[in-house]
Design a protein around this ligand. Structure first.
Ligand SMILES: [Zn+2]
Length: 256
């Protein structure tokens, strides 16, 4: 006959009859230690197992059959002790014993409160996607205008004159980019790309950033683009998923 018992919250065994008797004699198995052997319907304290632990009086197969399929006991996620499942509450994948239920509920309530206060920071790839969309929105029309204006000019050919047009375009593009970023972030907290990705730029405590901070953020972001975009890449490693410009302006990018 194989015996199982709970030692410091851990199921232990199997042990033989002789070993089990030795465990009882040495005090390792106490009257309130949960024990189980084949044929028993559930884990019971040793003191209650007196009759059924007698090998000459096996439990009727029917009682064991009623709990077959799922193990009738589980370890309490709170105290680590083993109890019959019908005496426990289930939460997600874990079981909690009756004794620990109040403590567990308290923890759960606190956890839920913390979760709602916590901002849901947006990670690297979704922010990358938002940037990409903004890039398309800004870049595509500009490219079209650029080619429509410059290509015919190149063919007309004025070799002795320095052509300022590309330079004007370059600055014009930066200016439009700046206006786009500052107006959308200042007014709505999100550029169209960020809106599409359901993102929002907020202050550290979740408030509106306003035009001032949006302006600061635009210029700080220029730094993030320097040195292999390292200022952007750190988003992937930061606890609050901050880019360099988020650090400088104390902003966060969150899911709405
Ligand atoms: Zn417990």
């Amino acid at each position: 006959m194989n015996w199982y018992y709970v030692d410091q919250g851990q199921q232990t065994g199997p042990v033989s009859d002789a070993q089990f008797e030795e465990l009882v004699r040495s005090g390792k198995v106490q009257p309130d230690t949960l024990i189980w052997r084949e044929g028993m319907a559930a884990w019971v304290p040793y003191r209650e197992a007196g009759n059924s632990s007698n090998p000459s009086g096996p439990t009727p197969p029917g009682s064991a059959g009623s709990v077959v399929g799922e193990s009738p006991e589980a370890v309490c996620a709170e105290c680590g002790k083993m109890f019959a499942i019908q005496d426990m509450i289930r939460h997600g994948g874990v079981y909690i014993c009756a004794n620990c239920k109040p403590v567990f509920m308290q923890k759960l309530a606190e956890g839920a409160r913390i979760n709602t206060n916590e901002l849901n920071y947006a990670g690297f790839w979704v922010r990358f996607a938002a940037k990409f969309v903004d890039g398309l929105i800004l870049g595509l029309p500009f490219m079209v205008v650029f080619f429509l204006m410059l290509v015919p000019q190149a063919h007309s050919g004025t070799p002795n004159q320095f052509n300022f047009l590309p330079l004007i375009f370059q600055f014009g593009f930066i200016f439009i980019q700046m206006a786009y970023e500052i107006i959308f972030l200042g007014k709505y907290g999100a550029t169209p790309g960020k809106m599409l990705c359901k993102l929002r730029v907020v202050t550290a405590d979740g408030g509106r950033i306003g035009y001032g901070r949006a302006t600061g953020r635009f210029f700080s972001e220029m730094l993030s683009g320097m040195v292999c975009y390292i200022g952007y890449i750190i988003v992937a490693f930061d606890r609050q998923k901050r880019a360099l410009h988020d650090y400088i302006c104390n902003t966060r990018v969150i899911y709405k």
